[in-house]
Ligand binder design. Structure first.
Ligand code: GDP
Ligand code: IMO
Ligand code: MG
Length: 435
């Protein structure tokens, strides 16, 4: 068994990019298995900061193979921008990057469809990143999509035009004015031209039958890390539907998004923030609307890596964390961003919800912030900066107690603790099987 999986246990933005980058030297392959450019994975080292959307976060290690799996959806234009940005910083991107032929393409008209669909939903909108995620996965499942491996087929141009026509029929029906809608600051025709040009570059990249590619590497005893995007509470089946994304963000996505069998999985590394954030609409029982929420947002720089939107902030929610641990079979935990709470005298943690006078400790079918009043337990803050300790043994006692409190509740060890955005601000706790 040589495949480990790292995935988010909350509503995304837990810090997956940072930790994948930190763990990459332990792996031969890093592979993305779902999602698309709705993801924004931030990595900071040597005073530089990168945000990756489609490219796996192992790209900064020259020895690591990076694979964009079949479950990922690709916008060639966004991918090319990402590649160019990395190359400009001196990163060798293309020699270690492989793309599945079976990955689906996000067309410019998918992005217009996304905007039209959100407009139609009005106040009930999802709060999508508007990268065309929902419409692209919809076309995949309804068997209308176009894949990377299709680009070179003789019928690609016709299939593209046919699909675009269908999209524009929907857009027209919805009353959405696509001429008034700009994609990345460009009108549709200019954007489409750029998209077509980047398609040619995608053809020149290393395309593979990724399920064979990765299984051959596994058979050669290469170590693989599967990198999740989004978080378990945004999962299409188990998230707060319909305020979710359109892919399987839980462990199930690894099997369908890479073609890896369940018996190849070793560790399931679940990553969570020491508090909670959410961007976009949907229930968030522990959301804070007061000064503490504002402090978490400002100190935690909680603004979307992909859209720049302010993230909603609140206390840690244990029933939903336990739910995500259960769904994924998490074997160890990584805790992020506790440094953001350094100044707090008191830290609250939700251990249950009050729903219609009943106390429940699970995530109910009708999850909705208004009907779920969190039941909190209170812990003392550590009143100390934890960002720059030289040694894991120097950490404040109350901080260690906070970690142990969470471990005691969820019954899974916290093996890695992150106390700042930089690679170096990472502690491996004792008995860590990853090092
Ligand atoms: P991802 O989508 O899960 O990769 O997470 P994002 O990159 O969208 O958001 C995480 C944000 O927190 C980024 O701005 C990171 O640079 C930052 N970050 C990661 N770990 C820490 C940490 O331990 N402390 C602080 N203060 N910031 C962190
Ligand atoms: P990473 O990988 C946080 C949210 C959107 C919206 C909902 C649906 O960086 O953790 P979509 O664009 O998929 O149709 O949006 O999901 N969302 C994310 N929130 N982090 C992400 O990715 C997200 N990807 C999508 O804000 O509420
Ligand atoms: Mg993110």
């Amino acid at each position: 068994m040589s495949v480990d999986v790292l995935l988010g246990l909350q509503w995304g933005d837990e810090g997956k990019g940072k930790i994948v980058d930190v763990l990459t030297p332990n792996y031969d392959v890093v592979a993305r298995f779902q999602g698309g450019p709705n993801a924004g994975h931030t990595i900071e080292f040597d005073g530089k900061k990168f945000v990756l959307h489609t490219i796996p976060s192992g790209i900064f290690n020259k020895k690591t193979i990076n694979l964009i799996g079949n479950g990922v959806i690709i916008d060639p234009q966004i991918l090319q921008n990402e590649i160019r940005h990395l190359q400009e910083s001196g990163t060798d991107v293309l020699s270690n990057l492989f793309v599945s032929r079976k990955a689906h393409l996000i067309l410019p008209s998918h992005r217009v469809m996304d905007a039209a669909s959100e407009q139609q939903k009005g106040v009930g909108k999802i709060g999508s990143t508007l990268k065309g995620i929902g419409p692209t996965y919809t076309d995949k499942v309804s068997r209308n999509g176009l894949r990377v491996g299709d680009i070179c087929s003789g019928s690609f141009k016709q299939s593209y035009e046919d699909l675009k026509k269908r999209h524009f029929e929907f857009i027209k029906l919805s009353g959405f004015d696509h001429k008034a809608h700009f994609i990345d600051g460009l009108d549709f025709d200019s954007y489409e031209q750029k998209w077509m040009n980047s398609l040619k570059k995608l053809v020149d990249m290393q395309q593979v039958d990724s399920e064979y590619f990765i299984n051959k590497l596994i058979n050669k005893k290469k170590r693989v890390l599967a990198e999740g995007a989004q978080g378990s509470l945004l999962d299409i089946d188990f998230g707060s539907y319909p305020f979710v994304t359109s892919s399987s963000t839980t462990i199930a996505g690894v099997f369908s998004g890479l073609g890896i069998a369940p018996n190849k999985i070793r560790n399931v590394i679940g990553i969570f923030k020491a508090y909670c954030t959410r961007v976009g609409s949907g229930p968030f029982p522990t959301e804070l609307f007061d000064n503490t929420g504002a402090l978490l947002r400002e100190k935690g720089r909680e603004f979307g890596s992909t859209t720049g939107r302010p993230r909603r902030c609140g206390w840690l929610d244990l029933p939903s964390l336990e739910y995500a641990i259960m769904l994924n079979g998490v074997t160890e935990l990584v805790m992020m961003k506790a440094d953001v709470m350094d100044e707090l005298e008191e830290i609250k943690v939700a251990t249950a919800y009050k729903v219609k006078d009943n106390e429940i400790d699970y995530v109910p079918f009708e999850a909705c912030s208004e009907n779920m009043e969190p039941v909190y337990e209170s812990l003392p803050g550590w009143n100390n900066s934890i960002s720059n300790f030289a040694d894991v043994h120097d950490i404040p006692a109350n901080f260690e107690k906070y970690i142990q409190y969470i471990e005691g509740k969820v019954k899974v060890p916290v093996t890695v603790v992150s106390t700042g955005p930089d690679r170096r601000q990472t502690w491996f706790r004792k008995d860590n099987p990853l090092v």
